[in-house]
Design a protein around this ligand. Structure first.
Ligand code: SAH
Length: 421
């Protein structure tokens, strides 16, 4: 994921720097020999290799976040973001009946900033959380990023575990909670959980499809016959397995991106929330089934050709929230999408900013607080590009739905104004 919108229109990368990157990219070489041997590959396979190849994938070997990296995200911009999401987690735990155990689960935690701000809120709300047995569970493919997360959240009070164990690292957070790292959601223990996914789904591989006179065809990645070291997109001559099963019957766009792996992940979340209780909050660049061609690359805060130097740049596609909603089936209640601006305003970002400003007298820190607040909620910046989408256990709103015929504001923090009483 990425978020620097102001730079989106500046596509620039000199030819010489691209060539240097390409010759450095072992994934590029690997894909060229693979396509030479067995033919074009799907965009999903290309994206999966570029991002998560276990040796040279972008997320596996890079520290791409922050000002010196390729993109910067909301939790990195301001502590207020994570604090408000922390309040949301506690508020949902309370509304769901204050379960005795409470698993905070984050998918793709990056540098760990979001979890760190949330855990600070949990500490501050100790009296509310009482004797609850809280634990932290992180799903992260990148061993390198798991190290950053361990450093940030525990001061590296963790043990890497041997070999292929499902829990590949574990320890104790700075705030004294047990914390574990996993590669897959299935490996997290069952139990009441609040799941968070911030700029996670946009990094999950998509398939791309084009409507043609002969019907839907999958867009594939092939070698450019004009210049054999280069990759290009081609439209498959005949249907592929993906093109025959992933297009919805009522589809009316000309070009579609589908993220079946994202669909499977959201099904797993829905399933657990239905059976074990809890909620999920998904935050991403998103649309509700209307956009077409959103697959793009970022390097050094600049747009980057997706087919150049795979593994050296971030690849991302807007999340189709209508698809995620469809994949949850009828197992959970879905809320949203609602814009980041509305969600954060509903969570009380304005009063939180005022509190921080009141306690801060250094002019440059004050300016920084105001600037980062503006980045988060300005509609021209991140305020309208980012969408919040939530899954709740069906029991959560049953009473409300029964009693009020939907005229009262939703009793869910963030999706309606927070009642501070
Ligand atoms: N949530 C963070 C980081 C976003 S970058 C933030 O907003 O700042 C995407 C994160 O997802 C990285 O931590 C990356 O390593 C992780 N990731 C990407 N693909 C993954 C996958 N298939 N399984 C688990 N984690 C993945």
């Amino acid at each position: 994921g990425n978020s620097l919108i102001s730079l989106r229109s500046t596509v620039s990368c000199s030819n010489s720097s691209i060539q240097r990157l390409e010759s450095n990219s072992s994934i590029h070489k690997h894909l060229i020999s693979k396509i030479t041997a067995t033919g074009p590959i799907s965009v999903a396979e290309y994206m999966r290799e570029a991002l998560t190849n276990p040796v040279a994938g972008y997320y596996v070997k890079n520290d791409m976040l922050g000002a010196g990296g390729d993109f910067i995200t909301s939790p990195e911009i301001s502590q207020i973001f994570g604090e408000l999401l922390g309040v949301w987690c506690v508020s949902e735990w309370m509304a769901a009946g204050k379960s005795n155990t409470f698993q905070l689960v984050e998918l793709g935690p990056g540098r760990g900033s979001l979890a760190s701000d949330i855990l600070r809120v949990f500490s501050q709300l100790k009296t509310v959380l009482g004797e609850t047995d809280i634990s932290v569970h992180l799903v992260e493919v990148s061993p390198k990023l798991s190290q950053f997360q361990a450093e940030c959240l525990t001061g590296d009070n963790t043990q890497p575990n041997d070999g292929d164990q499902p829990v590949y690292r574990s320890g104790t957070t700075r705030t004294g909670l047990p914390i574990s790292w996993y590669r897959r959601i299935e490996d997290i223990p069952r139990g009441f959980s609040v799941f968070l996914a911030h700029e996670f789904f946009d990094a999950i591989p998509i398939h791309k499809f084009q409507r043609t006179e002969k019907g839907w065809r999958e867009v594939m990645v092939d070698i450019d016959p004009e210049s054999p070291g280069k990759l290009r997109f081609v439209v498959s001559h005949s249907p592929t397995l993906a093109s025959s099963i992933l297009i919805q019957k009522d589809e009316n766009r000309q070009h579609v991106e589908v993220c079946p792996e994202g669909g499977v992940i959201v099904q797993k979340l829905a399933n657990r929330i239905a059976e074990d209780g809890g909620a999920a909050l998904i935050v991403d660049y998103g649309h509700d089934g209307t956009k077409t061609d959103t697959f793009r690359g970022f390097k050094g805060h600049q747009l980057h050709n997706v087919l150049e130097a795979p593994g050296m740049a971030d690849l991302t596609a807007d999340v189709d929230i209508s698809y995620l909603r469809k994949m949850t089936g009828n197992e959970v209640t879905c809320l949203g999408p609602i814009t980041q601006r509305s969600f954060l305003k509903n969570m009380g970002i304005d009063s939180r900013l005022q509190v921080l400003l009141r306690n801060c007298h250094d002019p440059s820190t004050r300016a920084q607080l105001i600037h980062s607040y503006d980045m988060l909620i300005n509609p021209e910046k991140m305020g309208h590009r980012f969408q919040f989408f939530s899954l709740l256990n069906r029991g959560r709103l049953a009473q409300y739905r029964g009693m009020q015929k939907n005229t009262a504001p939703l009793p869910v923090a963030g999706f309606a104004e927070l009642d501070m009483q």
